[in-house]
Design a protein around this ligand. Sequence first.
Ligand SMILES: C[S@@+](CC[C@H](N)C(=O)[O-])C[C@H]1O[C@@H](n2cnc3c(N)ncnc32)[C@H](O)[C@@H]1O
Length: 218
Amino acid sequence: MIKNLKIDENLEKYIRENSYDLHPVQKNIIEYNNSLGNQKKMQISVTQSYFFQFLIKTNNIKNILEIGTFTGYSALTMALALPKNGKITCLDINEETSKKALNFFKKAKVDNLIEFKIGPALKSLNEIKQQNLFFDMIFIDADKENYKNYFNACFSLIKNTGFIIIDNVLWHGDVADPNKNDKLTSILREFNSFLKKDDRIEKTILPLGDGITICRKI
Ligand SMILES: C[S@@+](CC[C@H](N)C(=O)[O-])C[C@H]1O[C@@H](n2cnc3c(N)ncnc32)[C@H](O)[C@@H]1O
């Protein structure tokens, strides 16, 4: 009996062919990211993007916070699933990739749904907290060293029914390999056991893309 499938490029292509078509600008961003070489790995996978859109459309999600936007693929994906009165706040430290993302948002005509805050995310999160803003969904996908800080900050910004989603929790599978003990692998292992112990949340790790954890307050 097959318990788990390995989602290789071929199978991901099959999933794409049997799901709805990607928006032309999503395809543009994927092409652009592919031209960047190693950096293309920053972008979430297509299967993750289908899951995010499903979650947004079926849970009446309107206000989203994204920590780590890069060239905009995940933010555009989420914006395309939002209702007309929805909003995404994007936090990123990199001005250049944020400009690139903004151009893609304009091309897809969703820039009116997206607000950028450029700078260190912890600083922006602090400003957001002072403004008493709350979100239906928060996606954490920036520097792994700060994952615990981001999660703690986000816990007070997420609505009771909202979802916090964290990317890269399986770290190319390295978290389960005892021979891998580099700094980032250790940080992600520690983060995963930190979340496991948090009894204020329901959570599950899903092996989509590089692995995501989805959490909701109990
Ligand atoms: C993995 S990429 C995000 C990928 C994006 N979600 C996507 O699917 O295309 C991580 C991003 O986090 C940003 N980043 C890294 N450190 C940061 C910090 N301290 N504050 C804000 N953003 C940061 C980087 O500039 C980069 O764009």
